[in-house]
Design a protein around this ligand. Sequence first.
Ligand code: HEM
Length: 224
Amino acid sequence: MDSFTAYVKSSIGKKQIVASTGLLLILFVIGHLAGNLLIYLGPEAFNAYAQKLKHLRPGLYIVEFGLLAVFVIHMWLTAVLVIENYSARPVGYAVNKPVGERSWAARLMPYTGTVILAFVVWHLIDFTFIDNEGPRSILADGKSYELYGVVYNSFSDPVHGLLYVVAMMALGFHLSHGIQSFIQTFGFNHPRYTAAVRKLSNGLGFFIAAAFSSIPVFILLQTS
Ligand code: HEM
């Protein structure tokens, strides 16, 4: 067995790969959030950003393929770790904290992860694989507002907007534990910093969820 295969097969190797792929996904989410917040500057700014991304093709396909690979590796190795953990665990295994000591975010990781997966599939159908100049891009004045119009029309529907907010809450929870886990996996887990690390991850998780959720809420308030 070569050293790379041995690394991937080891528990610490898998944990480090899950943490590193998680970090890449967080960086994508932060970049995506920054782009989406341009919606507050109006249709021109938001559509100009979408156009800029379009002009980066075909190079962008490589980035998208890389992102997909990172997403699949992250989920796959997490599932392997969970299965291994369950099958190797004798009753009262010392490394696993008793349920009472684990935060809600930690306990909900598999569920919030599943919600995020379902959300991403729906989200791509919703906003990526869509005709930006089709009927969903047309606003009340009868004109097409391209991607801005698509997003605006989607979130004018309260059920649509609410489902997004629920998914963003799942994302916030997932990140609040994921960031702590990442920091621990790479060994920055001195007890002196535990409280600060917890505050930082909870704060970032909350901020990202709240900032994304503000978009459907803002549009819904404007249209209702
Ligand atoms: C209110 C929240 C969100 C809004 C308004 C939004 C908006 C959009 C839009 C308009 C696109 C299409 C971009 C284009 O075709 O140029 C897109 C793509 C995408 N979004 Fe979101 N998004 C939101 C939240 C999220 C979250 C939380 C995630 C990840 C967990 C996410 C992951 C993605 C991915 C993976 C793509 C495809 C990127 C690509 O094709 O290059 N989005 N989003």
